[in-house]
Design a protein around this ligand. Structure first.
Ligand SMILES: Cc1cc2nc3c(=O)[nH]c(=O)nc-3n(C[C@H](O)[C@H](O)[C@H](O)COP(=O)(O)OP(=O)(O)OC[C@H]3O[C@@H](n4cnc5c(N)ncnc54)[C@H](O)[C@@H]3O)c2cc1C
Length: 435
């Protein structure tokens, strides 16, 4: 039996250090530099952020998602979950630890599918946290359905020429390079006809038409851009992987990314529960504390009851990734992707309610929890599409049976039991005589 919920003492020490470091050193950045996580570091920010990154490096915790070949510790997904659930508490923590999305996923596909030249050019900067990147896939006319993508890349001599428009390309305005998904063979289904390209920022024809922000975001945040690729010409070696591998590459990227989001969501939700509990014990109304009111107690109990199975689902999916590989964990990752949004929305909403009007203001980070849950129900594919996929994966394990009577019908089960044991019994069911 190898099921084990304990954490090695040496690793628990690391987690203790991370907890204290995030609380004492990183959380203050939220108010010093709000919404500046993805802005290239100014001199002023560098003075504070670089030494923090250095401390993380000295503790052997920089980029904990990476394998040792790429400069990480090779912690694996379970340990990464334990780290990421702490980092999820603060929007600055992933930057200080080098684990921020979308750069982690982009680095992962570069490491897996890039040529040595591509890695030398893009990966080193990304892994050191000195540059940001953009994953440009969603299109304005249809995000959740890649079959309607129209961005094309056409071969022209030694070059590829990319034409089309992409929407919601996060961090496009600060990215040093873009990973663009384009159709290279329109005559075959998209899972064989799409390819991915590496396009440096500033390439002629790459135009940021507009940048939209999520509600509540600061205007200086890089946001999510509508990008036009207006005959963008890139050399043949800008192709990441082989022609037609685009869909497979993006699936690889998204699977890990979804699980990382879920890991961080545990920390976001736990922080909201902590706030809710502290407020409930501190606020008095109608003769008693909120913590004494049964309806508020239900808020806290329901929130914890939602968080715990979610956390276990994420740890289980992570354990499957470690022991059997990401492909074997795809059903469980889909569950985590769906749950992350639900859990953040319902816990965020309760935490706001317990804080009363104050909970809705910009003085507390709680609307961010709620909206973060809404965003996670869309980013990396909407919940509904994931439910459809999850159902398909689950249904594959079942066979159709008699359309008139289900196999669990009592008469049918009696018939089957009779066939198996009937020669040993006088009657079925063989109940004790109660007379
Ligand atoms: C915070 C955030 C960051 C993002 N960052 C990026 C990024 O960096 N790069 C990038 O390329 N994209 C990014 N996206 C875009 C994201 O991938 C898309 O929003 C998502 O795929 C949905 O596409 P859409 O918004 O066009 O919605 P639509 O495709 O218009 O879907 C709208 C709604 O239709 C329903 N629906 C869709 N498909 C189905 C289905 N199969 N079954 C049932 N109902 C369905 C769902 O309710 C869905 O929400 C980001 C999104 C968010 C919110």
């Amino acid at each position: 039996m190898a099921w084990d919920f304990s954490t090695e003492p040496e690793f628990e020490e690391k987690l203790d250090w991370i907890r204290k470091f995030v609380r004492d050193e990183v959380e203050p950045l939220e108010v010093l530099f709000p919404g500046c996580e993805f802005l290239p570091l100014s001199e002023e920010r560098r003075k504070i952020v670089d030494p923090l990154k250095q401390q993380v490096r000295e503790h052997g915790l920089w980029a904990p998602h990476l394998s040792p070949e790429l400069g990480g510790q090779g912690f694996g997904a379970v340990k990464l979950t334990l780290i990421n659930e702490i980092l999820g508490r603060s929007p600055w923590a992933p930057i200080v630890f080098g684990t921020q999305a979308p750069d982690t996923g982009n680095a992962e596909i570069l490491a897996r599918f890039g040529t040595q030249e591509q890695k030398d050019r893009y990966l080193a900067g990304l892994l050191s946290g000195e540059i940001f990147s953009c994953f440009s896939m969603t299109e304005p006319q249809g995000g959740a359905d890649p079959r309607v993508f129209t961005t094309r890349a056409v071969r022209d001599g030694d070059d590829w020429v990319i034409t089309g428009r992409k929407y919601f390309s996060s961090n496009a305005s600060v990215a040093s390079f873009f990973i663009v998904v384009a159709i290279t063979d329109p005559d075959v289904p998209v899972h064989r006809g799409a390819s991915t390209f590496l396009v440096p920022a500033g390439t002629p024809g790459l135009v940021i038409e507009a940048t939209h922000h999520l509600a509540g975001a600061h205007p200086h945040e890089p946001g999510h851009s509508l990008v036009r690729y207006d005959g963008v010409r890139v050399p043949a070696d800008a192709l990441l992987g082989e022609p037609g591998q685009g869909f497979m590459i993006l699936q690889t990227r998204l699977a890990g990314g979804r699980l990382h989001h879920a890991m961080r969501s545990i920390g976001v939700a736990q922080r909201a529960i902590d706030m809710m509990a502290r407020r409930a014990k501190s606020r008095f109304t109608q003769g008693s504390s909120l913590a004494d009111k049964q309806l508020v107690q239900a808020f806290i109990a329901d929130s914890y009851t939602e968080l715990m199975p979610f956390r276990l689902a994420v740890l289980h999916a992570a354990w499957l990734c470690d022991t059997a590989g990401e492909h074997a964990a795809r059903t469980e990752i889909a569950v985590c992707k769906i749950l992350a949004s639900q859990v953040l929305k319902s816990i965020g909403l309760r935490a706001i309610q317990v804080h009363g009007a104050l909970g809705l203001t910009d003085q507390l980070p709680l609307t961010g929890v709620l909206l973060g849950g809404v965003a996670l129900g869309l980013a990396d594919g909407p919940t509904e599409a994931h439910k459809v996929n999850l159902a398909r994966m689950l249904l594959k394990n079942y066979q159709a049976e008699d359309p008139e009577w289900p196999s669990e019908l009592l008469d049918k089960r009696i018939e089957a039991a009779n066939a198996k044991y009937g020669d040993l019994l006088d009657r079925i069911p063989a109940l004790p005589d109660s007379s």
